[in-house]
Design a binder for this molecule. Structure first.
Ligand SMILES: [Zn+2]
Length: 490
């Protein structure tokens, strides 16, 4: 935020007065907000209010929690419930506009930027009020038909629809399984409806920050942590076993007691770097269910996938660590389906934010292709890719293909099929990358690589050093071969 202390006092007073008089913003209202990027630049972005809560929400919440924790004089056998801990519309009733925090989404920006802001961040002159439908608030809830639900989806979100959708969101948590909304929904109205509900239920981040090893990291998205851990300002996560705690004392106690110093599973990669070792562990979701579920919950804080994370059995997980004398510190991971009918060689990929821009993304991608090469089966990442995923993959494919084409002699006349074998990249991704480089032609119905030396020499001039997986440090045999070896030894 800009430094307001330099503003004349009179202007500030004027603004305070205006803020006191303004009607509280409602869900659906829009306005311009001054945003300061990490690099220090400012921009004004249009923001839409998604949710509201009192500015002193956490103090109120903690007070409420203390009251609920007090032993009751009545004898009751039911477990004490921590209900009403999530912000609710009734909490803001009667409050002034400036006493409310607003959860906003910035138009045309990824949901990771969504955040809680105070009224003072809005340019009050730009506020546009959403239409209020009087009838909606007066009409008693009579239970809805399918037709009503469709209608609801288009309306500005009200408290009532939010609550209903949150409840349905809970149902499919229990359902489990992996579910990819937008790509697979196709024309299926049930899937499309589930996707809408998911969008709705995950609209507001439920955990604001995590503490992990020495890092304090802001969460980007909603993650379906169990209810008693949901809606926390902070969550403490053990960087070795990935157990999570709400309270710092419990976390510190856990840290003393926890004997883990690395992920479970098999170490399959170790490369010495000047500062530490870069290691990779292969973990079978079926053998280490709790760890893998914890990993998925943690990763979900930074991924906007619609996957659900309780059925980890069909996946192998590859966890990348920086290993020093204190242990193997998790940097990122990718997951891979054990059997993929679509030749997917990667399901989810994440470098934790504290390690982003260190080149780990390309390393993880290259590792996934190294496994595909060993399997003798070109693969492709599962779609849809996130915005950051798309950028990483496009840049990786371009790098690998141009490096390879540079090594070819013009008379080699390399075919797409050979490129697939050499890189582990699936033909469709090679074709789309070469198309974007204008290095492919269609000849008699076939795609033909057309090497452009000007593009290659430009690429070589600006060639950045990127960290890729080095095959000689990878000790890994494809699972299909392991089975064969196992069977022949019997
Ligand atoms: Zn631990």
């Amino acid at each position: 935020m800009s430094d307001t202390s330099k503003e004349p006092v009179a202007a500030k007073e004027e603004q305070m007065k205006e803020m006191d008089e303004i009607e509280p913003l409602r869900v659906g209202d829009k306005g311009m907000v001054l945003v300061t990027w990490r690099e220090g630049e400012n921009s004004k972005l249009e923001a839409t209010v998604v949710e509201r809560r009192p500015s002193d929400f956490w103090e109120r919440r903690n007070k409420k929690r203390k009251v609920q924790k007090k032993p009751s004089t009545e004898t009751t056998t039911s477990k004490p419930k921590l209900l009403g801990l999530k912000a609710s519309e009734s909490d803001v009733e009667g409050l002034k506009a400036s006493e409310i925090d607003y959860y906003v989404h910035y138009t045309d920006h990824d949901r990771r930027l969504d955040e809680w802001i105070s009224l003072s961040k809005f340019d009050l002159a730009t506020i546009q009020r959403a239409e209020i439908k009087e009838k909606d608030s007066e009409a008693p809830s009579t239970g809805s038909t399918d037709g009503d639900e469709k209608e609801d989806a288009k309306k500005p979100v009200t408290r009532r629809t939010r609550q209903a959708n949150v409840n349905t969101g809970g149902e499919f948590r229990i359902g489990g399984g992996n579910w990819h909304g937008s790509s697979n929904a196709g024309g299926d109205p049930t899937l499309a409806a589930l996707e809408r509900e998911h969008e709705e239920a995950t609209k507001v981040k439920n955990i604001e920050k995590i503490y992990m090893g020495p890092w304090e990291v802001e969460a980007w998205y909603y993650s379906p942590y169990p209810e008693e851990y949901s809606y926390e300002e902070k969550l403490f996560v053990c960087e070795f076993c990935l157990k999570y705690c709400k309270r710092k004392q419990n976390y510190l106690k856990h840290k003393q007691e926890c004997s883990w110093r690395s992920p479970p599973g098999q170490e399959i990669y170790r490369e010495g770097t000047p500062t530490c070792n870069l290691c990779v562990y292969e973990i079978d979701g079926k053998d280490h269910r709790v760890y893998c579920q914890n990993l998925c919950l943690l990763a979900k804080l930074f991924l906007d996938h619609k996957n659900l994370y309780y059925d980890v059995d069909p996946f192998n997980f590859y966890v990348i660590t920086e290993t020093d004398e204190n242990g193997a510190h998790i940097v990122g991971y990718f997951s891979k389906e054990k059997q993929s009918a679509e030749d997917y060689n990667l399901a989810c990929i994440l470098t934790f934010p504290q390690f982003q821009k260190c080149g780990y993304g390309k390393f993880i991608i290259s590792l996934s292709y190294e496994l595909s090469k060993r399997e003798g089966k070109p693969g492709s990442p599962e779609k849809p890719l996130s915005d950051l995923g798309k950028i990483s993959y496009r840049s990786y494919w371009t790098h690998v293909l141009l490096t390879l084409l540079d090594e070819q002699k013009p008379e080699d006349n390399i075919q797409i099929k050979e490129l697939c074998e050499l890189t582990g990249i699936k033909a469709e991704d090679i074709i789309s990358t070469l198309q974007s480089l204008d290095m492919i032609k269609v000849w008699k119905g076939q795609h033909v690589v057309y090497v452009r030396q000007d593009i290659i020499s430009d690429f070589k001039k600006q060639k950045k050093r990127i960290r890729l997986c080095n095959s000689k440090y990878l000790s890994w045999i494809p699972h299909a071969q392991r089975k064969k070896i196992g069977a022949s030894q019997k």
